[in-house]
Design a protein around this ligand. Structure first.
Ligand SMILES: *Cc1c(COP(=O)(O)O)cnc(C)c1O
Length: 401
């Protein structure tokens, strides 16, 4: 893969007619080291946020040994890239054939579930096909539903058993495994560490009611990255509060603490160069959009940082909206995106922080979606890991209660 110093060098060299994805392996490596060194437990990478094999290898080299996979395709993909990685199948609804292949062929032992039906499915799928004996090495995690109220993207309504069902399910699951965990997800881009406090409080209530031994608590993803208008406290504040509340839980003395970051590990990995095809007032028609890496910009009005890559633009910055390349009216990104007022058709723009749920979302709809991929060596446009996030007084965080 070609290596360039920065986006401007790529735009100058290629004058690309199609979008170009710029990857920063050094940024992903820094994020992974940060989590591996500072999170007080085990770090699983949530593969769905960006399944690129190059990225997965960078994370492995930086010390991430466990991977949260949600489909059999993700199981196969990570297993092919990393023969020694530990894979955890954390989607609470799986097909029997996916469970069977994951367990027997790829060595997956850890599965999540949120219902008795799924428990029965897992137990049946993992029976020895010759003797009919039940598997003895399953590691099962009950997914608890928790509030998403402190996060930018909710994950609260689809998965997870509620507090009323949890105790009975935990007791039942305990009879089928020697290692029982509880997992949850506070929603993506949790803007305050308090998101994890309320989830761990709910976890405590479930454990107290169930009176079973718990071997692992998985606080899921939700760790934030940084975008225009979304500048979260430093991640150390999240780690500290999670650690504190984990230790107060009534769990096995040797219980493990896990987390499953997606966004926080890979948001800084990629940016993208797009070309302005046309200008209409302060609307720019660009060559990527709602069906490409700008899915979240269109569908949930996510704001990404932008930078014009031309030297001859002199005017003050103004607010722009983007149209993507397809013929669909929904291919529209409201932004606002701040760019020089004299930007025009033919100019190139770098859009930053697209490593998570960006590059991974590209489709081929309407014949668009091709993108060259190169490596660049400069800093991402924004960062949680460059030392610029100062720790707030942690009393402030607690006083949100
Ligand atoms: C999506 C997902 C994650 C990653 O979430 P982020 O907000 O990107 O950190 C982790 N765990 C599960 C089960 C998920 O579905």
């Amino acid at each position: 893969m070609h290596i360039y110093p920065d986006a401007q060098a790529v735009a100058r060299a290629l004058r690309p007619d199609e979008p170009v994805i710029l990857n920063r392996p050094h940024a992903a490596r820094r994020a992974a080291r940060f989590f591996v060194d500072k999170f007080p437990g085990k770090v699983l990478y949530a593969v769905k946020s960006n399944p690129a094999p190059d990225l997965i290898e960078v994370l492995w080299d930086a010390g991430v040994t466990h991977y949260d996979v949600a489909s059999i395709a993700e199981v196969r993909l990570v297993r092919a890239a990393l023969p020694e990685a530990t894979l955890c199948f954390m989607h609470p609804i799986k097909t029997p054939s996916a469970i069977r292949e994951a367990y027997f062929k790829h060595g997956v032992k850890t599965f999540s579930l949120d219902s008795v039906e799924e428990l029965e499915k897992i137990v049946e799928a993992c029976r020895n096909p010759e003797t009919g004996e039940a598997a003895r090495d399953l590691r099962l995690c009950v997914r608890l539903r928790v509030s998403s109220e402190y996060s930018e993207l909710s994950l609260a309504s689809k998965f997870g058993c509620d507090l009323l069902e949890a105790p009975a399910l935990l007791q039942q699951v305990r009879q089928h495994c020697d290692w029982l965990g509880i997992c949850f997800h506070v929603g993506s881009q949790a803007m305050t560490p308090f998101a994890f406090v309320q989830a761990l409080d709910r976890t405590r209530a479930a454990i107290a009611e169930a009176s079973v031994v718990i071997d692992m608590i998985d606080v899921g993803g939700g760790f934030p990255s940084i975008y225009p208008g979304m500048e979260p406290p430093p991640l150390e504040d999240y780690f500290q509060i999670i650690h504190q509340h984990f230790y107060a839980l009534p769990i096995a003395y040797n219980a493990e603490l896990w987390c499953e970051p997606g966004r926080a590990l890979c948001a800084e990995y990629s940016s993208m160069i797009v070309k302005v095809e046309k200008r209409r007032g302060n609307e720019l028609y660009i060559n990527d959009g709602a069906y490409g890496a700008l899915y979240d910009a269109a569908h949930v009005a996510w704001r990404f940082p932008v930078e014009a890559l031309e030297d001859d633009l002199r005017d003050a910055k103004e607010d722009f909206a983007f149209y993507g390349p397809t013929c669909d009216d929904a291919d529209y990104m409201a932004g606002p995106f701040a760019l020089p007022g004299d930007i025009q058709a033919g100019d190139f723009i770098e859009i930053g922080m697209l490593g998570a749920y960006g590059a991974a979302m590209k489709t081929g709809f309407n014949g668009f979606g091709e993108a060259e991929v190169v490596i660049v060596e400069d800093e991402p446009m924004m960062s949680m890991f460059d030392g610029s996030r100062v720790r707030v007084d942690s009393d402030n965080v607690v006083s949100l209660r």
